[in-house]
Design a protein around this ligand. Structure first.
Ligand code: PHE
Length: 353
């Protein structure tokens, strides 16, 4: 009987080796271990065996049963793993494909050079404790002019050609406008906080002007303001120098000259030597060799008052960086109109992939 059992095990092993289907394997298991299975049938004749024979056959039968079970389970597990692997293989994502040549057929999206520089400036100022503020494009006269010490009849209103909204049916005719500068956010910033504070505010501004290589109707500035006790021109110069050093990563020649803006006193124009022509003169610097980049000054007491701040106790500085001009200087772009062109070939040059 022992040899019969061994024969059966051989037969089972041979059959199992040929099967790869889970259902068929389960049938094979039943054919050997089931109630009427081959092994069970052999064991039924155990009742006719002598006690000695039983002693020998019992453990052998158990061993063979265990082996059959183990082999069946191992094989089923292996089939399952093979199936999963086959599925994974079929649905595989080939991440190496982007190293392939054919990636060149794709057009990349990327950040606009102005965004790249804006992020850099924001990082510099955030690290110096400044907040970054935002404000609306559509403004009222109050924020764009009045609160900035430019009353209705002030000639300075003509310095910035303004896009006005008309409300034919309303009393408010001509009171709304597209902001001509980000200085509107000086006012909003002051009204929303108590000194001391410091913030910057990047944003798009609008002027009804003729366009040329260095002028656009829609362009971008980055405003800055710091208010506290005993703020001096020294602070202003320190922050402006730090800004330029971080952006250009090299020394640039600057000059400070008096500038008039109703909202600062004293006011300055900080110019940099034109980096397009190295100061020799070109269309961007209007052949002067200098580019107006950073108008700035000490905040006028009337402006502090409009922002609910006591000018006897506090003072501060403000600046209005020409963001697009800075981008042009940094990257050597010779026409501001490229910046709003929306041409992907232009944008792609500034992003490294
Ligand atoms: N708002 C001014 C402009 O657009 C620039 C400026 C800002 C000047 C802050 C001084 C201080 O011309």
């Amino acid at each position: 009987m022992v040899s019969k059992l061994e024969e059966l095990y051989q037969e089972f092993s041979k059959s199992l080796a040929e099967l790869n289907d889970q259902a068929e394997i389960l049938n094979l298991k039943a054919a050997f271990l089931g109630k009427k299975g081959k092994v069970s049938e052999v064991l039924k004749s155990l009742k006719d065996a002598t006690p000695e024979e039983r002693k020998e056959i019992g453990p052998k039968a158990n061993e063979i049963k265990d082996n059959i079970l183990k082999n069946v389970n191992d094989k089923l597990a292996k089939i399952e793993v093979d199936q999963i692997n086959a599925k994974l293989e079929k649905n595989k994502i080939d991440t190496s494909v982007f190293e392939d040549d054919y990636v060149n057929d794709f057009r990349h999206g990327g950040l606009h050079p102005r965004t790249l520089i804006q992020q850099e400036i924001e990082d510099v100022f955030l690290s110096m404790g400044f907040e970054v503020l935002d404000g609306p494009h559509i403004e009222t006269e109050f924020y764009n002019f009045e609160a900035l010490n430019i009353p209705a009849d002030h000639p300075a209103r003509d310095m910035q050609d303004t896009f006005w909204f008309t409300h034919p049916q309303s009393e408010e005719e001509n009171k709304h406008l597209l902001r001509t500068h980000t200085s509107t956010i000086q006012v909003r910033g002051m009204l929303e906080r108590k000194p001391p504070f410091r913030f910057i505010a990047p944003g798009t501004v609008f002027r009804c002007e003729r366009t040329d290589a260095s002028h656009e109707m829609v362009f971008n500035q980055l405003e800055g303001m710091m208010v506290g006790e005993d703020i001096s021109i020294g602070h202003l110069i320190y922050f402006m120098k730090t800004l330029l050093k971080e952006i250009f990563k090299k020394d640039v020649t600057v000059r400070l000259r008096p500038g008039f803006f109703p909202f600062v006193e004293p006011g300055f124009e900080l110019d940099i030597s034109c980096l397009i022509c190295n100061g020799k003169g070109c269309s961007v610097c209007k052949h002067t060799g200098w580019v107006e980049l950073l108008p700035c000054g000490m905040v006028h007491p009337n402006v502090l008052k409009a922002g609910n701040i006591d000018p006897e106790k506090y003072n501060g500085f403000a600046f209005g960086l020409g963001l697009d001009r800075l981008v042009m200087m940094k990257y050597g772009i010779d026409d501001i109109r490229h910046l709003n062109s929306g041409d992907l070939r232009f944008n792609e040059q500034f992003n490294k992939y």
